[in-house]
Design a protein around this ligand. Structure first.
Ligand code: RM4
Ligand code: MN
Ligand code: MN
Length: 398
């Protein structure tokens, strides 16, 4: 890292001023593993509580102005009343509705699939839900409809993989036709779980094909937890950037599978490598339109603390990647100066950027240490008292 201190700070300011990350409503709710759920007294169970928590995270970090919503959990009626209610909550808590996530994995009818079910009737029901989600996005003024499909099969020979591709192509084309001009359809992939033999959208190649089939407003969404353990995620990101197909991210960390651990807790260098690809593409004037989102829900950590910790980590790693001297790196790459290139690259990773990030926060009137500010605010104690006494319904998530 050979940038002078003042150049470095300017870059930090620019990088953080432009960095926004969406938080998920389900990150504040009680969820768990397949085996058990350890409920938390402070967990949110109404949409108002989720907006309140999101507003607090935004106040502490200045980086989370939108809240991703899951249709079945947050907008179950899908009625005008739901929409009016969300609009009022947006005003009250200073956070807007973000991506709309259809829920095609919890109804009993979806046992053998939703958009890919062999039953035409079930496929029609799933498609109607897609269309409804798109319309809710329009009414809420939120831009992205983000599709994660749990469809797949558990045993070889039990389903026609190719027929299911055709049904899915049809469903996505029809869904796309309902998009307003400013809306986008994001297609997420995941190699396995809940299906354990084949998953209908298992990797980025399938997601990219489907997004292209769907239409010009469809893009791929990369959930960092949705890859096999050895996969080179930043290479996938580079390809999606190159092809103009990168629509967004769901960030979380993992050690084994879709673990939804806090970002950077296992492998911060992985996050750095992904962020570097994005900064590098931006400096090469690649056109970018990327929704950064968090997809985590914690079973053991306090939900507010974990969310603030994640946003802070994302900001720090985003800044580290912004501080790679890309001019120098390009020269070293051309000259095939391997060790120097690698040291230039990872030198930025080793920097302790926390003082500069704190200085940026002070400059922007945000608490210098958001986690300490959360603790000092008494917010978690208050919601624990207010929410703790009632009986909790515990949702399950994939
Ligand atoms: C899935 C996937 C989706 C998320 C659900 C809750 O594993 O990551 O994005 O909506 O979990
Ligand atoms: Mn996800
Ligand atoms: Mn996931």
């Amino acid at each position: 890292m050979s940038l002078s201190e003042s150049v470095a700070f300017d870059r930090v300011v620019e990088a953080l001023d432009n960095f926004r990350i969406e938080i998920p409503s389900w990150g504040f709710a009680n969820t768990g593993t397949r085996f058990g759920k350890f409920v938390q007294a402070a967990a949110a169970s109404t949409i108002e509580e989720k907006f309140a928590d999101a507003g607090e995270v935004n106040r502490l970090t200045g980086a989370t102005p939108t809240l991703a919503l899951h249709v079945l959990w947050d907008l179950p009626g899908g009625s005008p009343h739901d929409v009016a209610n969300v609009r009022a909550l947006e005003r009250r808590y200073g956070v807007r509705a973000g991506s709309i996530n259809p829920n095609l994995f919890q109804h009993q009818e979806y046992r053998y699939g939703s958009l890919c079910s062999p039953s035409a009737e079930v496929r029609a029901q799933a498609l109607a839900h897609m269309v409804k989600s798109i319309e809710m996005g329009q009414q809420l003024g939120s831009r992205d409809v983000s599709l994660w499909l749990a469809d797949g099969s558990n045993y070889p020979g039990t389903q026609s993989i190719r027929k299911r591709i055709e049904w899915l192509e049809d469903a996505l084309r029809t869904s796309h036709a309902h998009l307003a001009p400013e809306q986008r359809l994001l297609v997420e992939y995941k190699p396995f779980e809940p299906a354990f033999y084949h998953t209908d959208i298992a990797d980025w190649g399938m997601a990219m094909h489907l997004a292209r089939e769907a239409g010009p407003q469809a893009r791929v969404l990369v959930d960092t937890g949705h890859h096999y353990a050895t996969q080179n995620i930043e290479q996938i990101v580079a390809w999606l950037l190159h092809t103009g197909m990168l629509g967004g991210f769901h960030f979380n960390d993992r050690r084994y599978a879709d673990d939804d651990l806090t970002l950077g807790s296992i492998d911060p260098y992985q996050v750095f490598r992904i962020f570097h690809e994005i900064h590098a593409a931006a400096s090469d004037e690649v056109e970018l339109d990327i929704a950064f989102m968090i997809d985590q829900s914690h079973n053991l950590k306090g939900k507010m603390e974990a969310m603030v910790q994640t946003v802070v980590t994302a900001q720090e790693i985003w800044v580290k990647a912004a501080l790679v001297d890309r001019g120098e790196l390009a020269e070293l790459q051309t000259a095939c100066e391997l060790v120097k290139a690698e040291e230039t690259f990872r030198g930025a990773f080793w920097l302790d950027v926390r003082p500069m990030v704190a200085a940026w926060r002070e400059k922007r009137g945000i608490p210098a240490d958001p986690l300490a500010a959360l603790r000092a605010s008494g917010y978690v104690e208050r919601i624990t008292r207010e929410r703790g006494s009632r009986a909790v319904g515990v949702a399950s998530y994939a």
